[in-house]
Write a protein that binds this ligand. Structure first.
Ligand code: FDP
Length: 392
């Protein structure tokens, strides 16, 4: 079954616009319906920028053949989601989160930074930008009417959002990952994972029905993946406020690009030290910002590379399984990559406490084999063949 109009029917010129937000969206404008607004086409360079050559149009194959299989580059977020899943509640949650991400992107862009915090005005209150992001995301989830529980890194307790358990979802999010680098103008982001029903404890990352991140950099993007639809998908925020599908990633290849987190652990973790030395000896390109969202996003966008955040006796785990590691693991694995805590995929780790933390690596298959072999002498991903470990 195919719903909606396939974009290729409209030729290479990308679809007309369905939402308008010339001015930044105020928190109040996340309407209860989260509905699209109509719009004339954009000013200045808008039309030119929306032109995509025919050769870049792709057709994806969904696992479930009864689902629509014609999500294409150039689709709006709503077009993409309605083709990719028949679950209207999930579409609504992801659309409402898209509204919140768009507002957060503006608030981050216009935050004034000084001293210890970056602050933005919100109605009569002045709020630190990470707390404002937190508030906007809770609002968006309430307005979706399909969220049962939500829980954030800032408020690590389940909040009842009023949605149903049956047919509804529970969402865990990190509202503004990398908030300490907003002032330096590095890219930062929002991360969230969507689980079915009312459970965020006793579940694993593999139980997620969707995960996503908002990336607030020179470009604002919304990268998402759905359990029953292949690939991880990047949407670009256009100047008129519309999210447009610009990239699909289904494979992560091999390539010498590394992003080494928690390097201080190399002081008393000789195996991590060995791994880092391997990257240097092999002349890998270093690309690390200290913001987990851009550092992991580059693996999906460049379709290669490795991100590591390793612990040591004196440097404990910092990254949270529920709010950061599992949703990003879902995005990387749906993009065709791999994840590991050293022994298993991070998607197989049970969330026992909301605040569970773990070491992690994301990357291509050989990079994850190398990570596991160098740290623990063996890799579950290795059947036979040439060793790829730094210790080899
Ligand atoms: P931040 O504390 O700035 O929010 O998730 C936490 C995180 O950033 C990640 O984005 C980043 O990869 C990591 O911490 C960096 O940790 P260190 O500052 O300890 O190196």
């Amino acid at each position: 079954m195919e719903t909606g109009i396939a974009c290729c029917a409209r030729g290479a010129y990308l679809p007309g616009v369905s939402q308008h937000s010339k001015a930044p969206v105020s928190p109040q404008s996340i309407s209860p319906s989260c509905s699209s607004r109509s719009l004339k086409s954009s000013s200045l360079f808008g039309e030119t920028l929306r032109f995509v050559p025919r050769s870049s149009l792709k057709v994806s194959k969904a696992k479930n053949p009864s689902l629509v299989t014609r999500c294409e580059i150039g689709d709006s977020l709503e077009e993409f989601l309605t083709k990719a899943t028949s679950d209207k509640g999930l579409v609504r949650v992801l659309m409402c989160m898209g509204e919140a991400l768009r507002t957060i992107a503006f608030k981050v862009r216009t935050a004034s930074c000084g001293g210890t915090a970056c602050v933005n005005s919100f109605g009569d209150e002045q709020l630190a930008v990470d707390m404002l992001a937190n508030k906007l995301l809770f609002e968006a989830l309430t307005y979706s009417h399909f969220c049962k529980y939500a829980c954030s890194e800032e408020v690590p307790e389940l909040q009842d959002m009023g949605g149903p358990t049956e047919g509804g979802f529970s969402v865990a999010f990190d509202p503004l990952d990398g908030s300490s680098i907003v002032d330096t103008n590095f890219s930062v982001g929002t991360i969230f994972g969507v689980w079915p029903g009312d459970k965020l404890i006793g579940v694993t990352g593999r139980d997620q029905v969707a995960a996503a991140m908002g990336v607030y950099g020179p470009r604002t993007t919304y990268v998402l993946a759905l359990k029953d639809y292949p690939g991880s998908h990047e949407f670009l925020l256009l100047d008129e406020g519309k999210w447009q599908h610009v990239k699909e990633t289904t494979e992560i290849g091999e390539g010498k690009l590394f992003s080494p987190g928690n390097l201080r652990a190399t002081f008393d973790n000789v195996d991590y030290d060995k791994l880092i030395n391997y990257y240097v000896k092999e002349k890998y390109t270093l690309r690390y910002t200290g913001g987990m969202v851009p550092d992991v996003n580059q693996i999906i966008v460049k379709e290669k590379g490795v991100f590591t955040n390793v612990i040591s006796p004196s440097s404990k785990a910092k990254l949270r399984l529920l709010f950061e590691v599992a949703p990003l693991g879902f995005l990387v694995e749906k993009a065709g990559g791999y994840s590991s805590d050293g022994h298993q995929s991070v998607l197989d780790k049970e969330i026992i406490n909301l605040d569970d933390r773990t070491q992690v690596a994301y990357g291509s298959k050989n990079e994850i084999i190398r990570f596991e072999e160098t740290l623990y002498g063996k890799s579950r991903l290795k059947s036979e063949g040439v060793p790829v470990g730094a210790a080899a």
